[in-house]
Design a protein around this ligand. Structure first.
Ligand SMILES: Nc1ncnc2c1ncn2[C@@H]1O[C@H](COP(=O)(O)OP(=O)(O)OP(=O)(O)O)[C@@H](O)[C@H]1O
Length: 283
């Protein structure tokens, strides 16, 4: 089987401004891939192109082996999508929302009933099946979006900032659902600006800033590339970071400093790497 997702030199231009710029990367089947970046980095635009909601200005995108522009219908049949603004109809019940999506995908009646029951049970919404969506909490709505996205049995699930605005406990619950789906074989691409989300969930991480992919790899690879040891220097209100290949090298540097005031050695983490690469913090 080929790549689950493949982007080659993809650009998206709005009003002559490239908001996604020369983006190339591949996601293998069975991976959880995280796109990390600050607001405006181009993550949502990338997900919108991958899910055929908007066309690239240039470049090639293949999803589940199909061309995202020329074979968008086939792509849609193989993907589940949970976007930030994904519309669940708040005036319909949980069941009706699922039913509507199942009909859109031409899932036969007995199969539809079976799968709706199965996925509502999976995300813990069986008891809410007749509740109007407007009465659900944010976390429940997100779980409904996920159940709905899974109804037509996609191979790849796209999640745009799946846990934004959710409390820590609800976030954890969604993380467990995402990990479990992946264990069942689902390929997952998610965007986020939460460091701990990528650290906990993702096999590989792509860091985006200003429409560009500025780093790509496993957390371990990113740490190795940028330096696993860190010397932090506190300077009044600010902090200065100096990367070293490993902790030993960082410690050696520290020992050699005549004045060690405000200096500290620790292992680098994703946030340090992000700040080093982009020059700014995530929220
Ligand atoms: N339809 C559009 N027309 C014009 N500009 C757009 C459009 N959609 C997005 N943009 C711009 O493209 C840039 C990237 O936006 P995008 O939503 O992809 O970033 P993001 O990384 O997902 O950020 P966020 O975390 O805020 O969603 C932003 O500057 C945004 O204003």
């Amino acid at each position: 089987m080929g790549a689950a997702v493949d982007l080659q030199k993809v650009c998206k231009v709005y009003n002559k401004i490239p908001v996604v710029n020369d983006l190339s990367f591949t996601i293998e089947p069975g991976e959880i891939f995280g796109l990390l970046g600050p607001n405006g980095a181009g993550k949502s635009t990338t997900i919108r192109m991958l899910t055929t909601l908007t066309r690239p200005s240039s470049g090639e995108i293949s999803v589940a082996g199909y061309d995202a522009v020329r074979q968008s219908l086939q792509v849609k049949n193989h993907i589940g999508v949970v976007l930030q603004q994904t519309s669940v109809d708040i005036d319909l019940s949980v069941w009706e929302n699922m039913e509507f999506h199942g009909r859109l995908h031409h899932i036969s009646n007995p199969q539809r009933q079976h799968r709706i029951n199965q996925w509502l049970d999976y995300v813990g919404l069986t008891e809410k099946r007749d509740a109007l969506v407007k009465t659900l909490s944010g976390g429940m709505k997100r779980r409904l979006q996920i159940a709905r996205a899974l109804l037509h049995q996609p191979d790849i699930l796209f999640l745009d900032e799946p846990t934004v605005g959710l409390d820590p406990q609800t976030r954890r619950r969604l993380w467990e659902i995402i990990l479990d789906l992946n264990k069942q074989g689902m390929t997952i691409l998610l965007t986020t600006h939460y460091m701990e989300e990528v650290e906990y969930l993702c096999d590989r991480i792509g860091i985006m800033d200003g429409g560009k992919l500025i780093s790509l790899g496993t957390l371990q690879q990113l740490r190795q590339q940028h330096g696993e040891g860190l010397v932090v220097k506190q300077k009044e209100e600010s902090w200065e970071y100096k990367f070293f290949p490993n902790l030993e090298a960082a410690n050696l540097y520290l020992e050699q400093q005549p004045d060690k005031t405000g200096l500290m050695v620790r292992p680098s983490n994703l946030e340090d790497i992000f700040v080093e690469l982009t020059g700014h913090q995530l929220d």
